[in-house]
Ligand binder design. Structure first.
Ligand SMILES: *Cc1c(COP(=O)(O)O)cnc(C)c1O
Length: 443
């Protein structure tokens, strides 16, 4: 029986803007972002023990999850409660599926909303729910803008959690039908605001609300995107599950991560920094490629205006979590470049890859997984075909407009979304005007 995965004790979090005091897991989770506007970052990176790494393959997933998360949570949540939160957050499969020789897909879409964000959203919602039971915790409103997948995962994760209200802004007409059902049919403590604008408009409205001092005095707002440590950190578990399933005799895998806001990739690099045996990482991006451009320019970063692509969950022009990636390597570009490379994949290449992998191997990629596939294959062509894995972050059924023309027929809906069919849609229409959002939140 394994006591803990790490050699180190409780982690505290410091702000990457350096103007706020350190916070424990509870304070960091409730606040989302540090008071100085910085992202919270672990003060020290816990190292996996030799015992943990040797026993990794034999560990049941709930035990593994508890062991990995324990030092990050410390005594903010009693161990028995944390064990239950971990077990519930990962209560589905994470198979590593062979696609072709040298390429496997780690399927992260078997959760309730069919995208990888389920694990982080479920973990965070249960932690907030736990904290909300304490009388000194304010009633919390989770305010979040979504381009599609975040909203569904957050809605499902927080549904029915006492003491937590969830308000989701989404761009009207710009999410897929399945995604919209996941946002608008649950009811209870979940409200969907249907904004007559773009995702950027939604995000700008949310940002304005977070800067509204009077509103925040009236309502305790927190964010549920990957800047929140409780959503970001449990994503390390995917990489542990991959390592569990990777052949013991093979060299450590190259890991290709379809990236938008860089939370998932940064969590993988964190697990690697803790000692998980993984090869170099690839940041696989669509036309929104400030990070590949950073590499091309030898370590100079510039944000970009976001452009729409077929892998819409990665349409991010200024990824929030890239500062955390830089921090992991002490902002030293040569060290970073040893562990990570980055690639830009066009929509044309993405769609061609979906068709080719389907035709050659009968494996169906979604557009996000396809971006990771193309980047991995290009890396392999340049690096003696080093074996690798890609993260398949969403179920192809979530993107029928892209995937069905390739297949030539419709994809049957999996049970996880079938039950949403025919439920009445409930949303509140909102113009792109901050006063309208403010009036809604002021109630
Ligand atoms: C959110 C999302 C991504 C990007 O993940 P980040 O952590 O923001 O980089 C990739 N694929 C899918 C399907 C997503 O929903």
């Amino acid at each position: 029986m394994l006591e803990t995965a790490h050699k180190t004790a409780t982690v505290y979090y410091r702000s990457l803007n350096h103007q706020s005091p350190p916070a424990d897991f509870r304070a960091a989770t409730i606040a989302g972002q540090a008071p100085d506007g910085g992202l919270y970052f672990p003060e020290n990176i816990p190292q996996f023990s030799d015992n943990f790494l040797q026993n990794l393959r034999a560990l049941p997933r709930p035990e593994l999850a508890l062991a990995v998360m324990q030092p990050y949570v410390g005594d903010a949540i009693p161990t028995a409660d944390l064990a239950q939160i971990c077990a519930e957050a990962i209560d589905f499969d994470f198979p590593l599926v062979p696609v072709q020789p040298g390429v496997s897909a780690l399927e992260l879409f078997h959760g309730p909303t069919l995208a990888f964000k389920d694990v982080g959203a479920r973990f965070m919602s249960r932690c907030l729910g736990h904290f909300a039971r304490r009388s000194d915790t304010p009633a919390v409103t989770v305010l979040v803008a979504t381009s599609g997948d975040t909203g569904g995962a957050v809605a499902a994760g927080f549904l029915g959690v006492p003491g937590v209200e969830v308000v989701i802004l989404y761009p009207s007409g710009k999410v897929s039908p399945v995604q919209e059902q996941q946002l608008t049919t649950l009811g209870q403590n979940i409200t969907a605001l249907e904004v007559s604008g773009t995702f950027d408009d939604c995000q700008a409205l949310v940002k304005q609300a977070f800067q509204d001092v009077d509103l925040r005095a009236r309502r305790f707002l927190t964010s549920a995107n990957s800047i929140n440590v409780a959503r970001w950190l449990p994503q390390q578990l995917y990489y542990c599950f991959a390592a569990q399933q990777w052949s013991q005799d093979a060299p450590a895998p190259v890991v290709s991560v379809p990236s938008g806001n860089f939370g998932n990739l940064c969590a993988g690099l964190l697990a690697r920094a803790s000692g998980l045996p993984l090869g170099p990482f690839i940041a696989a991006c669509n036309a929104n490629d400030p990070v590949p451009a950073y590499f091309r320019r030898g370590g100079h970063y510039a944000a970009q205006p976001a452009v729409p692509t077929v892998s819409n969950a990665m349409d991010v022009g200024n990824p929030s979590n890239f500062v955390r990636v830089l921090e992991l390597f002490d902002n030293e570009f040569p060290r970073l470049a040893q562990a990570l490379s980055a690639d830009t994949v066009s929509d044309t290449e993405t769609i061609a890859a979906i068709a080719q992998v389907w035709a050659d191997y009968h494996y169906l990629l979604d557009p996000h997984g396809a971006v990771a596939y193309v980047a991995l294959r290009r890396h392999q062509a340049a690096h003696a075909e080093a074996p690798g894995l890609l993260l398949a972050t969403a179920h192809p059924v979530k993107f029928p407009a892209v995937v069905e023309p390739v297949l030539g027929h419709a994809i049957p809906l999996p049970p996880a979304v079938q039950h949403l069919q025919g439920r009445p849609k409930r949303s509140i229409e909102l113009p792109v005007a901050y006063e309208a959002l403010r009036a809604f939140l002021w109630r």
